[in-house]
Design a protein around this ligand. Structure first.
Ligand code: C5P
Length: 221
């Protein structure tokens, strides 16, 4: 009883997934990382040798892919055609291509309908770029989580594996580029919903952000 939906949007590396996962844990809600779905399509395209800019081919691939989000110990597992791709979709190769795939209309239509279905029974914490503005416009609580690009790059730098290591300045440029593509695309760009609560996490800890959101959720029930 009293279940609500919580939308968490914001730019790359603002800590959305860590925060969303912890909020879901505390409220015993279901955590849904929508970025992972766009990453899975990008991974599928790469593997099939399709250029991320080829809207037609990527679009029809997206329609045919079997993408599943399953709860796991550390939040969420991503299964593509029966294969666990949770780790592989986090690579730099994917980071550099995902925004182009996510700008394709057919890709978004398919994934958004999956996302709405997943949120249908309420009690979800969903993170992404267009959750509060487009996927769940009626979500009871909307949070727009940001932080300075420098701090986002620093956080990402610390969690990046050796194989994908680039210097901090380069990482910062790549994050800015992804934000720009996500904010300037035609379909459901990254923007702050009018009714979202803005939280700037630049000088906050993860725990502080989590408790702010849990507090806010209690006022919405
Ligand atoms: O959240 P994450 O960084 O994993 O998202 C990867 C990419 O997926 C984003 O840069 C964006 O291009 C796309 N995305 C989106 N809409 C969402 C979630 C992610 O377009 N709701």
């Amino acid at each position: 009883a009293g279940l609500i939906n919580i939308a968490i949007d914001g730019p790359a590396g603002a800590g959305k997934s860590t925060v969303a996962r912890k909020v879901a844990e505390q409220l015993r809600y279901v955590y849904i990382d929508t970025g992972a779905m766009y990453r899975a399509v990008t991974f599928g395209a790469l593997r099939a040798g399709i250029e991320p800019g080829d809207s037609e081919q990527v679009g029809s691939l997206a329609a045919s892919l079997d993408i599943r989000l399953l709860p796991s110990e550390n939040g969420q597992k991503v299964v593509l055609g029966g294969e666990d791709v949770t780790e592989q979709i986090r690579s730099r190769e994917i980071n550099l291509r995902v925004s182009r795939v996510a700008a394709i209309e057919q890709v978004r239509t398919r994934l958004v309908s999956m996302q709405r279905e997943l949120a249908g029974r309420k009690g979800v914490v969903m993170d992404g770029r267009d959750i509060g503005t487009h996927v769940l416009p009626d979500a009871e609580l909307k949070v727009f989580l940001t932080a300075s690009v420098r701090i986002r790059a620093e956080r990402r730098y610390r969690e990046t594996g050796q194989a994908d290591r680039v210097d901090l300045e380069q990482l910062e440029r790549e994050i800015e580029q992804r934000d720009r593509l996500d904010s300037e695309r035609e379909i459901s760009p990254l923007i702050c919903a009018e009714d979202a609560v803005v939280i700037d996490s630049t000088s906050l800890t993860i725990e502080q952000v989590v408790s702010q959101i849990v507090e806010l959720s209690r006022t919405k029930k």
